[in-house]
Design a protein around this ligand. Structure first.
Ligand code: ATP
Length: 250
């Protein structure tokens, strides 16, 4: 893991009318890390991701992603970042291979290369056996896997994952977490992981940030946050215990 920042925001703020969805956010995500982005419903996590992708304009402050300004260079940022939203959409009458080849074409990848990459990616995400099934008939777990395969098509440096294990059965969730970890380790992909599943986040994140009501109220490794919250001691605290303590303090 490098010490270079791949995502950096300075006083990033988003106002929707009179409501402040994101309030003066100073977030730093290091190159090569898995960063768990936590917070209750409505905390401002998705709004932050959208600003980092150049999909919505900040009201104030600034951000860089892979050294690029997402507002001025939204297209370039999208070339480096793969975004898996909470609900992934596909053309239901296409099968997985057609879906991937379509995404490849949109990214300017030639037919031969697209074919080869589709096959590799379907194997990687465990969808080889269902490659010719129409995506309209896919289960939620299969859709999540195909969503990951699609975002990997452009060889991103960074992945933004919004609730990637939501609605998956326990086995599917464990496999998804393993896949995220292996993408991070073997391809050095930086991951910004937004999730309410604290156990999974604890298992794979190098550092976490806790956002409440638009503000980042804590950031660091789970060990460091435990020390900050409970002091030095023998007991190992879970991310859930740490999170709830911060939550009660607000
Ligand atoms: P969740 O965990 O439920 O996905 P979140 O942390 O991603 O929540 P956001 O979706 O970023 O939260 O929402 C932050 C706040 O901004 C919420 O109060 C939400 O109602 C508001 N908000 C989000 N998008 C809009 C919009 N397009 N127009 C007006 N308000 C919005």
């Amino acid at each position: 893991m490098g010490s270079e920042m791949i995502i950096e925001t300075t006083d990033l703020t988003k106002q929707y009318g009179r409501q402040t969805a994101v309030r003066g956010l100073n977030l730093k995500v290091k190159d090569g890390e898995i960063f768990g982005f936590l917070g209750p419903n409505g905390a401002g996590k998705t709004t932050t991701l959208l600003m980092l992708l150049g999909l919505t304009r900040p009201s104030a402050g600034s951000a860089t992603v892979c050294g690029l300004n997402p507002i001025r260079m939204a297209r370039e940022v999208k070339r480096h970042v793969g975004y898996l939203p909470e609900n992934v959409g596909f053309y239901g009458d296409m099968d997985a291979v057609q879906s991937l080849e379509y995404v490849a074409a949109l990214n300017g990848i030639g037919r031969e290369k697209a074919k080869e990459k589709s096959e590799d990616l379907l194997k990687l995400v465990g969808l080889k056996a269902d490659a010719r099934k129409k995506t309209g008939a896919y289960s939620r777990g299969m859709r999540q896997r195909l969503g990951i395969a699609e975002v990997l098509m452009k060889d991103p440096e960074v992945l933004f994952l919004d609730e990637p294990t939501l609605g998956l059965d326990p086995e599917g969730a464990i496999q998804m977490v393993g896949l995220i970890q292996s993408l991070n380790q073997s391809r050095n992909i930086t991951v910004l992981l937004s999730s309410h599943n604290l156990q999974q986040v604890q298992k794979i994140s190098h550092r976490v940030g806790i956002m409440i009501a638009g503000s980042l109220i804590a950031e660091g490794s789970i060990d460091a946050l435990a020390k900050e919250t409970f002091g030095v001691g023998e007991k190992e605290y879970s991310l859930e215990e740490i999170y709830l303590t911060y939550f009660q303090e607000v």
